[in-house]
Design a protein around this ligand. Structure first.
Ligand code: HEC
Ligand code: HEC
Length: 451
C-alpha cells in the first residue's frame, strides 16, 4: 500500500514539473546584420533627424513649390517655361550656353536644341518639372538666376520629400545615388550648397529678405546625421530598411511557480510563456518605441509530494492567453562599443494581462464515512490563475498597477536585457508564489515585413 502510493506520487510529480514550453515560431531570418539595440539606436537617430526634411526651407524646393505651375505657390510668380525657352533660343549664340557636356560631333547639341524647340513651341502650358529639367535645363537655370543664387534649381520628382514618412526618407537616403554611401550622405547633409542655403533661411534670393531658417539647428542636424551613421557602425547595410526600422524585437520569458500546503487546495503549479514583443509603427508621443505582443501561458498543476488520499486532489494542465499591451524599453548602453560590458541601465515599463482562467479541477474537501475518506466528484476550480492574480493583488490593490512591471534589473549579458522577479503568498492563500520575467533581445526572426 505504502509503496504503491509512493510510485503513484512520483508518477504524478514527474508530469507536474514537465511544463510545456510554448515553442518559438522561427520565421525567415532577417538579413540586417545590426543587433536589435543597434537598430533601435539607428532608427531613433534617423527619426530625430527626419523632421529636417519637412522644414519649409527644404520642402519648398523638394516638391512643395512649383514655379512652373500657376497654382504652384511660387512667391516669385508663375514662370512660363515656353517663354523662357523662346527667349533663350533668340539669344545670339545660345549654343555656347548649352549644358551638353563633351559633344565632338554635335549630336548632343542638336538634340538639346530640338528639345528646347519642342518646349518653346508647346501649345499647352508645361508644369512638369522633370520634363523641364530634361528638356529645358538651361532656360530654367537662367530664369531662376534672375532672382535666386546661381545654383538654385528644384530636384527631380523622385527626390521630392513631400508626404514621405521618416522610414521612407531613411530608405531613400540609403538608396539615392547622391547619398547611398555614409560619406556621401554626411557630405551632402553638411556641405551641400543648397542645404547650407536652406539654413540661411533666405530662400536663396539675391535681394535678401528677412531670414526664416529651419527650426532645427544645423548643429542638431549634424548630431543626428552622425549618430545615425555611427549606430550602423559607419556602414549602410542591406536590406534598404536596415538601420531605418527595428526588425528585431524582444522576447519576454515568463515563468511562475506556486506552492500551496493549505487544507483547501494543497497543490503546486508551474507555468511559463515566451512572448515575442514587436514594434508597431504607430506614433507615440515623444517618439518612443512601443512594443506589444501576445502568447500562451502553459500551466501544469498537481498535488504536493506529500499528498495523502484524504487531501483534496487538485490537478490540471492547459493554456491561458497572456498579452503585453504595451512595453517601453529604454536601454542606456555603457560607453564603448562592447555589447557585453556591464554597467548600463534599463528603464522598462511593461503592461500585461492574463486573459483567462486556468482550468484545474479539484475534488475539494473529502468527507468521512466509516472512518474513511470519501472522494467528491472533481469540480472546476481554477488554481494557477486564481493564486497568481491574488499574488499580484497582494503587491498592489490598483488593478492597473497590478500588471504594470517597472524597476527591472539590468543584466546586459548573453542576450538578456533585464529581469524582474515578483514574490507573494497569493494574498495569504499559498505558501510561496514566485514569478520571473526575463526580457531578452530578439533574434530578428519574427515576421518583419518593412513598415
Ligand atoms: C522674379 C523673381 C523670381 C524668379 C525669376 C524665381 N523666383 Fe523663386 N522665389 C522668388 C521669391 C520672391 C520667393 C520668395 C517668396 C516668399 O517670400 O514666399 C521665391 C521662392 C522660391 C522658392 C521657395 C523657397 C523657400 O525656401 O521657401 C522656390 C522653391 C523657388 N522660389 C524656386 C524657383 C525656381 C526653381 C526658379 C527658376 C525656375 C525661381 N524660383 C525663379 C522670386 C523668384
Ligand atoms: C534650391 C532648392 C533646394 C533646397 C532649398 C534644398 N534642396 Fe536638397 N536638393 C536639391 C536638388 C536640386 C538636389 C539634387 C537632386 C535632384 O536634382 O533631383 C537635392 C538633393 C538633396 C538630397 C540628396 C538626396 C536626394 O534626394 O536624392 C538631400 C538629402 C537633400 N537635398 C536635403 C536637403 C535638405 C535637408 C534641405 C534643407 C536644409 C534641402 N535639401 C534644401 C534642391 C534643394
Amino acid at each position: 500500500m505504502g509503496l504503491r502510493l509512493l510510485v503513484c506520487v512520483t508518477g504524478i510529480l514527474g508530469t507536474v514539473w514537465l511544463v510545456q514550453q510554448p515553442s518559438l515560431v522561427q520565421g525567415a531570418k532577417n538579413s540586417c546584420p545590426l543587433t536589435v539595440r543597434q537598430e533601435t539606436k539607428a532608427a531613433k537617430a534617423f527619426k530625430n533627424l527626419a523632421p529636417v526634411f519637412q522644414e519649409p526651407r527644404c520642402l519648398n524646393c523638394h516638391g512643395a513649390v512649383n514655379p512652373f505651375s500657376r497654382t504652384g505657390g511660387h512667391g516669385g510668380g508663375y514662370i512660363d517655361i515656353r517663354k523662357e525657352a523662346q527667349q533663350f533660343l533668340k539669344m545670339p549664340n545660345f549654343q555656347t550656353s548649352l549644358t551638353v557636356g563633351a559633344d565632338p560631333d554635335g549630336t548632343r547639341t542638336a538634340k538639346a536644341i530640338a528639345q528646347l524647340r519642342e518646349i518653346a513651341e508647346s501649345a499647352s502650358e508645361i508644369s512638369d518639372t522633370d520634363l523641364i529639367r530634361q528638356k529645358a535645363f538651361d532656360p530654367m537655370r537662367k530664369a531662376c538666376k534672375e532672382c535666386h543664387i546661381s545654383s538654385w534649381i528644384i530636384p527631380m520628382r523622385h527626390n521630392h520629400f513631400v508626404g514621405r514618412s521618416a522610414t521612407d526618407m531613411c530608405v531613400h537616403m540609403k538608396t539615392s545615388i547622391l547619398t547611398n554611401q555614409p560619406d556621401l550622405f554626411l557630405r551632402h547633409m553638411q556641405d551641400d550648397e543648397l542645404v547650407r542655403e536652406g539654413f540661411k533661411g533666405r530662400r536663396g534670393l539675391l535681394d535678401a529678405i528677412g531670414p526664416e531658417p529651419p527650426t532645427m539647428s544645423f548643429a542638431t542636424l549634424e548630431k543626428y546625421a552622425n549618430e545615425w551613421i555611427d549606430a550602423m557602425g559607419g556602414k549602410f547595410h542591406r536590406p534598404p530598411d536596415c538601420g531605418c526600422v527595428v526588425h528585431g524585437d524582444y522576447i519576454l520569458e515568463f515563468s511562475s511557480k506556486i506552492v500551496s500546503t493549505s487544507k483547501v487546495a494543497p497543490a503546486q503549479s508551474q507555468a511559463s510563456a515566451i512572448i515575442r514583443l514587436e514594434t508597431k509603427d504607430e506614433e507615440v508621443p515623444n517618439g518612443e518605441t512601443k512594443y506589444a505582443g501576445q502568447g500562451m501561458i502553459g500551466y501544469q498543476t498537481g498535488p504536493l509530494p506529500k499528498w495523502n488520499t484524504c487531501d483534496p486532489f487538485v490537478q490540471g494542465k492547459g493554456t491561458v492567453p497572456m498579452r503585453v499591451f504595451q512595453a517601453f524599453i529604454h536601454i542606456d548602453e555603457p560607453p564603448g562599443e562592447s555589447m557585453v560590458s556591464p554597467g548600463g541601465s534599463a528603464k522598462i515599463e511593461l503592461l500585461y494581462g492574463i486573459l483567462g482562467m486556468s482550468q484545474e479541477i479539484s475534488t475539494g474537501m473529502h468527507y468521512m464515512l466509516n472512518y474513511k475518506c470519501v472522494t467528491n466528484q472533481p469540480m472546476l476550480d481554477p488554481f494557477w490563475s486564481t493564486m497568481y492574480v491574488s499574488g499580484r493583488g497582494e503587491i498592489s490593490t490598483d488593478p492597473m498597477k497590478m500588471f504594470l512591471l517597472k524597476d527591472w534589473t539590468y543584466i546586459g549579458r548573453d542576450g538578456v536585457v533585464a529581469t524582474k522577479t515578483l514574490r507573494s503568498t497569493c494574498g495569504g492563500m499559498c505558501d510561496e508564489e514566485v514569478a520571473t520575467f526575463t526580457l531578452k533581445e530578439g533574434d530578428g526572426s519574427g515576421d518583419s515585413s518593412p513598415k
